[in-house]
Design a protein around this ligand. Structure first.
Ligand code: ATP
Length: 300
């Protein structure tokens, strides 16, 4: 494991921002951290990088606790980019080149061009998205073994969001290990091979993206009028959750989705479809408080 976080707890006063969090990321893997606002993503990053002291837990990078040498091969891009207002992008590149032995200045110039950044413009004259792009250029040009990116694409337009995802995929293909947070589920779905979903400082779901997606199906039915009583389904152990929204019935099905679809057909809906879950369905299922309660399905 390149990153190992074991039983991490961090409290601010009486409130636990992170509570018994476990997360392991294999070398060369991209882990997307998803979670509602305030669920502990940034706090986890800060503890991992030694910017704040955890109350308890073990944090290892490449099998070792953080040490000064780790920062030679690690890049961190915080939620709000930390650049000098009065310096140009080119001056930031030069500063980084002098600070990091591994810094690849040619790659930095290439990335400045990819992000269409003027190297001679001072930071304070750049837009928010352009400042984020400069921070990303610096981070990727170190050619780090470990990248920790807190919402790396926030404020970037869709074209550059795609560029960031591609840079991550490319870095991981060259052996880098990446931990990033995002509120944009499609980005996580595109770039991450591994996803961890946080809720109130705990990992509530964690796994390989494709296997999370293939675990469940949604049987979705549309009725001409109100959804009829579905007591049988509500108590069926194969159904994890039932959702009723106007004339639409959705059953989140663990196994046997075709049999459940036939049962739903007996209720004479206008249409029935069996759908694959996307990452957004999985995320909402994991973080919506109402979903925790009923192991055998519920009607809302
Ligand atoms: P977001 O998606 O909004 O960026 P997050 O998942 O990164 O949120 P954190 O910033 O880790 O969440 O915050 C977790 C919890 O810890 C929140 O309830 C927040 O109010 C609290 N918190 C974070 N930093 C501090 C601090 N320095 N002092 C007190 N409370 C804090």
């Amino acid at each position: 494991m390149m990153i190992a976080i074991q039983h991490l707890t961090k409290r601010y006063g009486s409130q636990a921002a992170v509570s018994g969090l476990d997360l392991e990321i294999e070398r060369g893997s991209i882990c997307g951290l998803l979670g509602p606002n305030g669920s502990g993503k940034t706090t986890t990053f800060k503890c991992l990088l030694g910017f704040t002291r955890p109350d308890s837990g073990t944090l290892l990078i490449d099998g070792k606790p953080l040490e000064p040498a780790t920062f030679e091969r690690l890049s961190y891009v915080p939620e709000r980019s930390a650049l000098y207002d009065w310096m140009t992008a080119a001056q930031h590149v030069e500063l980084q080149r002098r600070s990091f032995r591994r810094f690849d200045a040619a790659r930095a110039r290439e990335l400045l061009e990819i992000f269409r950044l003027d190297p001679n413009k001072k930071t304070k004259r750049l837009s928010k998205g352009q400042q984020t792009a400069v921070a990303l250029v610096l981070a990727f040009s170190i050619r780090p073994d470990v990248l920790v990116l807190d919402e790396p694409a926030s404020g970037l337009d869709p074209i550059f969001q795609r560029v960031v995802m591609d840079l991550m995929i490319d870095a991981a293909a060259n052996g880098a290990t990446i931990l990033f947070s995002s509120h944009q589920i499609t980005q996580v779905e595109r770039a991450a091979d591994h996803v961890a979903i946080l809720r109130q400082g705990k990992v509530v779901l964690d796994g390989v993206v494709d296997s999370l997606k293939s675990d469940e199906k949604i049987v979705e039915a549309i009725f001409d009028d109100a959804v009829p009583p579905v007591d049988g389904l509500a108590h069926d152990v194969r159904v994890r959750r039932l959702e009723r929204s106007g004339r639409i019935l959705r059953a989140y099905v663990r196994t046997d989705s075709d049999a459940i679809a036939r049962q739903v057909e007996d209720l004479h809906p206008r249409s029935v479809s069996v759908l694959d879950l996307n990452l957004e369905d999985i995320f909402l299922g994991a973080v919506e408080p109402d979903n925790r309660v009923e192991p055998f399905g519920e009607i809302r």
